[in-house]
Design a protein around this ligand. Structure first.
Ligand code: C6P
Length: 414
């Protein structure tokens, strides 16, 4: 049985108090907390084998190189990639998305070409395409949302695919609505129209079983810090043939095979895209994070979050002043553990501030998805809670109590 209380004890920060109360962390969509095993793996690296990788022939350098490569092997297996050649380590999902824009996009997008994204994207999957479209004179199209702005409008997607976009870039899970998009179907439709497909996996890979081969996508971006690993490590998955045809974006050490006074040739994948000294501690931390998640099992992670989401939606349905965005409770299958909500008559920043006093961390604001949030609410801001493996039903009960406190302080009647 899934034991979130036991898991919670693996996370040192969760045994600290906040404003004198049991700390309830509900902002894992922004960044997750880290278990002791991840923290220990990083400390062990610095204490016992800190050295640069792919360079030294001495013992600790070889050990560090092995640990770095083992991390990539674990990630490749975790997401269903063919091997480490298809896992490019970067700083975060943002950098992974930009890498596709700067390398693949630079070569493949021409004046007048269409790039198709959606209205539920995070800024990281909007701005790089705006910049590329501007540089190239390309057209940036958006798939509209439907059913109270909870789902992608698949008819609109199909209509826009008729313009034969060169690239379709879609988030797997919305960081605001919690909508889980049918990326397998989107990929199939997009491929039938000749598009290359990039999936933003920042909010899916940490929370459910994701298999890039089963989805069939060409690229996927992810961030380690949202899946128990430290900040500063993320990855771009890319199909080998595509990565091989792409030019590196950064030049420097490690990404070359040879350098002369007048030119250079590139190293093999994945190193061609990893110029300079890598984030070694980050990679080692990510390896430990993947071990931890594997130990639980991603299907169990997903089930647990769905149960919490169902419970939270149920409890929120008892409070008239609260409205929840995204797919309804009857469609938990297509919802993640991200839940944006509004309390009638109260600004989300006031909600988050009062929650904080109650020992509960949530996020409030535009969630780096302004084109979406400005359409959802006139305040241009929402409160958001997001679940992970260490959250419990007791946390949800605390949220419901905190909503009561908000209503009392702000004099809101149900
Ligand atoms: N969303 C949130 O609170 P980075 O910052 O590069 O690790 O991740 C960017 C990113 C890309 N796509 C999606 C769908 C995301 O949710 C995020 C990060 C955080 O919602 C921080 S803004």
């Amino acid at each position: 049985m899934f034991d979130a209380e036991r898991i919670r004890r693996d996370f040192p920060i969760l045994s600290t108090a906040s404003h004198g109360k049991r700390f309830v962390y509900l902002d894992s969509a922004a960044t997750s907390q880290k278990p002791k095993s991840v923290i220990d793996a990083i400390v062990d690296y610095y204490n016992t084998y800190n050295a640069n990788i792919n360079r030294g022939v001495y013992e600790i350098s070889e050990r560090a190189t092995d640990a770095f490569i083992a991390s990539k092997e674990k990630l490749a297996k975790f997401i269903g990639a063919h091997g480490i050649e298809e896992t490019i380590y970067v700083r975060n999902a943002t950098e992974a998305l930009n890498l596709v824009a700067l390398s693949w996009g630079e070569r493949n997008i021409k004046s007048g070409d269409h790039i198709l994204i959606t209205e539920m994207e995070h800024h990281s999957n909007i701005v790089p395409w705006q910049m590329l479209a501007k540089r190239k004179g390309a057209v940036l199209d958006y798939v509209k949302l439907t059913h109270g702005m909870a789902y992608l409008d698949m008819e609109d997607l199909e209509a826009k695919l008729e313009k034969s976009p060169k690239l379709v870039s879609v988030t797997h899970v919305s960081n605001v609505l919690g909508t889980v998009n049918d990326v397998k179907r989107i990929t199939k439709l997009a491929h039938e129209c000749g598009a290359t497909v990039l999936i933003d996996g920042a909010q899916s890979v940490p929370h459910m079983r994701v298999d890039v081969a089963a989805i069939g996508c060409d690229f996927m971006a992810l961030s380690g810090h949202k899946m128990l690993a430290p900040t500063g490590i993320g990855a771009l998955y890319g199909r080998r043939e595509l990565l091989e045809a792409m030019e590196p974006v950064l030049g420097g050490g490690d990404m070359i095979r040879s350098v002369s006074m007048h030119g250079a040739t590139w190293n093999d994948l994945p190193w061609k895209f990893e110029a300079g000294t890598s984030n070694i501690e980050g990679a080692i931390g990510l390896g430990a994070a993947l071990d931890y998640l594997d130990g639980i099992g991603m299907d169990s992670v997903r089930e647990h979050e769905q149960e919490l989401t169902r419970y939270a939606m149920d409890r929120f349905s008892e409070i008239n002043a609260v409205s929840v965005f995204g797919p309804p409770a009857s469609d938990i299958e297509n919802r993640s553990g991200v839940m944006a909500f509004a309390i009638k008559g109260v600004h989300p920043h006031d909600v988050a501030t009062i929650f904080d006093r109650e020992g509960i961390a949530i996020r409030a604001g535009h969630h780096c998805a302004m084109p979406l949030v400005t359409q959802l609410v006139t305040e241009k801001a929402l409160s958001r809670m997001s679940f992970y493996i260490y959250n419990t039903k007791e946390d949800v009960d605390r949220v419901v109590d905190a909503v009561g406190v908000v209503k009392r302080i702000m004099r809101i009647k149900d």
